[in-house]
Structures are given as structure tokens and as C-alpha cells.
Design a binder for this molecule. Structure first.
Ligand SMILES: C[S@@+](CC[C@H](N)C(=O)[O-])C[C@H]1O[C@@H](n2cnc3c(N)ncnc32)[C@H](O)[C@@H]1O
Length: 332
């Protein structure tokens, strides 16, 4: 359900405590918002009128009020991503600081079409503040987009690269199409929704604008809700939402192959620890270096390099002649 109203009033009226799994939102910037589109969209006939700005002097209180509501409606373990420029970042950070929400990442989104300036650097980034509500483990689908072993042409891990906290994602250039002047790119939204929610979860956007968050969420078979105070934008986009088919984006996603390290993160029992230590010792006696022996064990055990290193630590310096009981096959 979407509401054509102020998000603070709307959240108080329509959203229950602890009811939302994920909030992705891009509040008004508290700057000369109505001039922004002149830079981003060359033909202003294609920009939807009705972007509602918040006066700069009201920004601190406004931020506190809506962020307090966001904290209230999030489930324990629920996540929030707030997109912010640098001008009013301090007010968003101060407001977050007054809540129980915990910082997980401060992401930098680097985009193209930065506003041209002559005597200073061209600003081409936004901040994305990723916080969670304490009380339960937060959803983070680490391998939803890339498996633990997928590599690029130079041997770099694709999973690592996808989870770095600097995201280079271009704004979508839609010549001739009607748009909201600050529409977030689909690729940016997919990344946040895939990592931080599951199918069926409720995703909320306090500042819907072009409903880009809601469209991506429903396309990924999540539920969506949110608020937009501008009647023009709301009416236009509410109509467009009828075209969005639940789950229609799912088959556009890549399906990563199954992880090699299937047991990564699971606790290691005492028996398995002993087996790992013995296998490691045997591999070393066969002449493998420490690194090569552990790498061989990662494949055999489905466990990560560092947890194996921790397990075998202490056995590495024991250079005793192997007893018969140690002459086991690598069975892990
Ligand atoms: C930066 S835009 C959001 C853009 C959106 N993420 C998108 O991809 O299209 C901020 C939106 O918040 C709306 N807005 C401003 N004040 C609001 C309020 N108090 N409650 C709800 N919406 C508000 C503006 O009209 C504008 O559409």
C-alpha cells in the first residue's frame, strides 16, 4: 500500500512498530532541489513536476523525526539504507546517532553526470548509510549475487568486489522518457534488496519519488509500501505501478553457482578439529607448504582458509615423526 502524504504522519498512522524488514530511502536534499533537474535531464518537459523540498533550516528536525519513525517501524534485525548528498549528511548522521540503529557500512556511490563546476572538483558521489536495528541477526545474503570462488580475468574475487563499499553505478539515461529528477538506478536498488532482504519481506521507502524502490522490490517478489507527499508524482507513479508484475525481475538476475566452501561459518566440532589437524600434518609430511596444505583442506572440508588456519594453529611447529595412527587418509 502506498500513501500520498507526509512520511512522518503516514508512518505514525499506517505502520506498526517492528513491521518492516528493509527501508531504502532517498530523502529530499534540503538544497535547491528544484534546480537539480536542470543538470541531470536536458529536456525539462520530461521531468515530473512536484518534487517537494525541505527548507534547509528545518532539515535537522525533519531528519530526526522521520529517522525516529524509521527506527520504530523496522523489525529487530531489519536494515535501513539512506542515500544522502554531503550537504546535509551531518544532520542525517546526527539523527541516526540519536537512535538505537547500528552502523554496518558507510557506502560511497559514485555516479556519472556529476554537476559540472569550474574552480573546484566535480561532485560525483553520494553517501549510502547502511544501518540495522539491534535485537536480532540482520539479513545479509552474502552469496546471493556471486559465489565464494568466482573470479574475474585477473583472478580477483567477484564476491569481494561486489561487496566493496564503493559502488560505481551510473545513473540511467532515459532520453525522451518521463522521469523523477533523482531516480535511483535499478542496479543500485537490486544490490541493496538482494543482500538485505528475502522474497516475501516488506520493503518501505519513506520518499517514493518515482517509486523506484517499490518497483524493484515488487519485481524481486518482495512486498512494498511507502510515502510520497507530491500529488503529481504520486498519481502518475501510482498508475505506473499497475504495470509492475511481482517477481518479474527475478529471471533477469544471474544465478551464482553453488559455493565451494559449503561449511564456511558453521561451528567446527572437536572430532572434526582432530581430523583436520591430522590431515594437515599428513599433507605437510608429503611436502606441501603450509599455504598449499590449507588450500587443499579448504576444498576437502568446505571450510574457509582462516578457520582452518585457526584450527591447525599449534600443530604447525610439532615436527614429530608421525605415529601409525596419524597415517590416515584424507577423509574430510
Ligand atoms: C530524492 S527524491 C526520491 C527519489 C526516489 N528515490 C526515486 O528513485 O525516484 C525525494 C522525494 O521525497 C518527496 N518528499 C519530500 N518531502 C516529503 C515528505 N515529508 N514525505 C514524503 N515524501 C516527501 C519529494 O517530493 C521527492 O519526490
Amino acid at each position: 500500500m502506498f500513501y500520498n502524504m507526509d512520511c512522518i504522519e503516514g508512518a505514525r498512522k499506517y505502520l506498526q512498530d517492528n513491521s518492516v524488514d528493509l527501508i531504502i530511502t532517498d530523502p529530499p536534499y534540503g538544497i535547491e532541489g528544484d534546480n537539480l533537474h536542470k543538470h541531470y535531464n536536458r529536456n525539462e518537459n520530461h521531468v515530473i513536476e512536484g518534487y517537494v523540498e525541505v527548507p534547509a533550516r528545518e532539515y535537522p528536525t525533519f531528519s530526526q523525526n522521520w529517522i525516529q519513525e524509521a527506527e520504530r517501524v523496522l523489525k529487530p534485525g531489519g536494515s535501513i539504507y539512506i542515500v544522502s548528498g554531503y550537504t546535509n549528511l551531518i544532520h542525517i548522521l546526527n539523527a541516526l546517532h540519536k537512535t538505537s540503529l547500528k552502523e554496518i557500512n558507510h557506502i560511497i556511490w559514485k555516479y556519472n553526470f556529476g554537476v559540472y563546476t569550474k574552480n573546484k572538483y566535480i561532485s560525483s558521489h553520494y553517501h549510502i548509510l547502511f544501518y540495522v536495528k539491534p535485537g536480532k541477526k540482520h539479513t545479509f545474503n552474502t552469496y546471493s549475487r556471486f559465489s565464494d570462488f568466482e573470479k574475474d580475468d585477473e583472478g580477483g574475487s567477484l564476491n569481494y568486489q561486489d561487496r566493496e563499499d564503493v559502488w560505481i553505478i551510473n545513473r540511467e539515461y532515459k532520453p525522451g522518457k518521463v522521469k523523477n529528477k533523482n531516480e535511483l538506478p535499478l542496479q543500485l536498488l537490486l544490490r541493496m534488496i538482494q543482500y538485505s532482504s528475502n522474497e516475501g519481506d516488506l520493503v518501505c521507502d519513506f520518499f517514493l519519488g518515482s517509486f523506484s524502490t517499490a518497483k524493484a522490490a515488487i519485481g524481486l517478489n518482495r512486498k512494498a509500501t511507502g510515502f510520497e507527499v507530491s500529488k503529481t508524482a504520486f498519481d502518475y507513479q501510482q498508475e505506473k505501478m499497475k504495470e509492475i508484475i511481482p517477481g518479474s525481475l527475478l529471471n533477469t538476475l544471474r544465478t551464482p553457482p553453488e559455493n565451494r566452501l559449503k561449511n564456511r561459518g558453521k561451528a567446527i566440532g572437536e572430532e572434526e578439529k582432530e581430523r583436520i589437524k591430522k590431515s594437515y600434518k599428513k599433507l605437510r609430511e608429503e611436502g606441501l607448504t603450509k599455504k598449499a596444505a590449507i588450500e587443499e583442506l579448504t576444498a576437502a572440508t568446505g571450510r574457509g582458509y582462516w578457520s582452518l588456519l585457526k584450527t591447525i594453529d599449534g600443530t604447525t611447529n610439532k615436527s614429530s615423526t608421525p605415529k601409525e595412527s596419524d597415517q590416515i587418509q584424507l577423509q574430510i
